[in-house]
Design a protein around this ligand. Structure first.
Ligand code: GLU
Length: 402
């Protein structure tokens, strides 16, 4: 599998207007999927693909083939993150919780035993390609609250830089009904948003969104491209199925909304076949949700939006000019700190004349900024006693004010 080098990036503008149903079209042989050119990919794997219904064991041959796809993508320079379900489906057998619907506490207990087995299966299969696996268990707050979001993002960035493949699931054992995602479709979309992924693939038991339920309506057709999740599109998703894990099309459309708002393209495609990612890259049927923004511009909107700044930093003229050229804010350029903010809080950056020039997420708490201001980044460790970020606000976490 090769990565088409981002050639198709931006091509969505030409297809951008089609939200109406289009007939499913078989891929031309060898044509490849014009939408699949990921630099940073989040793949969501559902329990039904990964876990054998009868035995409750991980479907190893399928997982091995998926790992082969992941290794090929990594070799082509793509960052890959896996959001995997299956903890509950694997764990419940080992606790004898079968043959009936299970309660929330039982699901949580099942997840605690299943997650170990799941992680082990990923570790073994990716070790075949000498790839290290990192397990990350998240709750909704970890992706939404800015401070925790910044921490999780930094950790995941670091893992990707070090060549590991993060395998992510919801922290099922601690979350209660009201505060859990409950479905990994939305978790995967939040992760994609958090790490500024450009592509999210939901491997599913169906090859896309249909105009009507294809099991019931013979004339239902697959929609190839969606640019906006309109009420009309939502109506096609139908109702959520009953069951203990998967959320059906409803949660996939909720995920699509999050992904589109985050500037991340998303595909729903059939995942049960072997090598589902290579197959998608080769042009397998899918529904693609194509955003109009890029992950970076969407992230900047998210940073600027909806929260009151917790404080301010005054920067010198040189630092203000550097920000205008798209640089980060370094401690050397800071002359004053106002307010009590924590790491990850949104703060204002003011020029020497007191005018706001930018807003951003601070990588340090106010007290620490006060100690490192005016210093070179190399001195941070000596002053604070720990080695933090070189920048007070990284340029990706910063938005210029109008
Ligand atoms: N987090 C759950 C598990 O690992 C599954 C949630 C889902 O399938 O959407 O079992």
């Amino acid at each position: 599998m090769t990565r088409p080098g981002g050639k198709s990036r931006g091509a969505s503008a030409t297809e951008a207007t089609r939200t109406a149903p289009a007939p499913a079209r078989p891929p031309a042989a060898g044509a490849g999927d014009p939408h699949f050119s990921p630099r940073r990919l989040v793949v969501k794997i559902g329990s039904a693909l990964l876990v054998d219904d009868d035995s409750g064991d991980v479907r190893r041959a399928w997982l091995d083939a998926l790992a082969d796809d992941v290794a090929a993508l990594r070799a082509a320079g793509t960052d890959v993150l896996i959001v995997s379900s299956g903890a509950i489906a694997v764990g419940r057998r080992h606790l004898g919780l079968t043959g009936r619907a299970i309660k929330l506490e039982e699901k949580q207990a099942a997840a605690a035993t299943g997650q170990i087995r799941l992680a082990h299966a990923y570790q073994e299969t990716l070790a075949r390609h000498a790839i290290t696996v990192a397990q990350i268990l998240l709750t909704p707050e970890d992706t939404e609250e800015r401070r925790r979001h910044l921490n999780a993002r930094a950790t995941i960035d670091q893992l990707l830089k070090l060549g590991a493949v993060p395998v992510i699931n919801e922290n099922d054992t601690v979350a209660t009904e009201e505060i859990r995602f409950g479905d990994n479709d939305r978790l995967a979309a939040r992760v994609a948003q958090m790490v500024s992924a450009d592509t999210l693939v939901l491997l599913s038991d169906i090859d896309g969104l249909y105009t009507a339920d294809p099991r019931k309506a013979a004339d239902a057709s697959r929609i190839a491209v969606v640019n906006e999740v309109t009420p009309e599109i939502e109506a096609m998703g139908g109702d959520a199925p009953t069951g203990y894990s998967s959320g059906g099309m409803v949660t996939k459309l909720a995920a699509a909304k999050i992904a589109l708002a985050a500037g991340c393209r998303m595909a729903i495609t059939f995942g049960k076949r072997m090598n589902p990612l290579a197959t998608l890259a080769a042009g397998a049927p899918a529904t693609w949700f194509l955003p109009s923004a890029t992950p970076l511009s969407a992230r900047k909107r998210w940073i600027a939006g909806h929260v009151a700044p917790a404080g301010a930093i005054v920067a010198d003229a040189g630092a203000v000019a550097a920000l205008g050229r798209g640089k980060s804010l370094l401690p050397a350029g800071v002359t004053r700190v106002d307010g009590r903010f924590e790491r990850g809080d949104l703060i204002r950056i003011l020029g020497p004349d007191g005018r706001e020039v930018a807003r951003g997420l601070s990588a340090y708490a106010a007290a620490d900024v006060a100690r490192i201001m005016g210093r070179r980044s190399a001195e941070i460790a000596t002053v604070l006693g720990y080695r933090g970020r070189d920048e007070v606000i990284h340029r990706d976490d910063l938005v210029m004010s109008a």
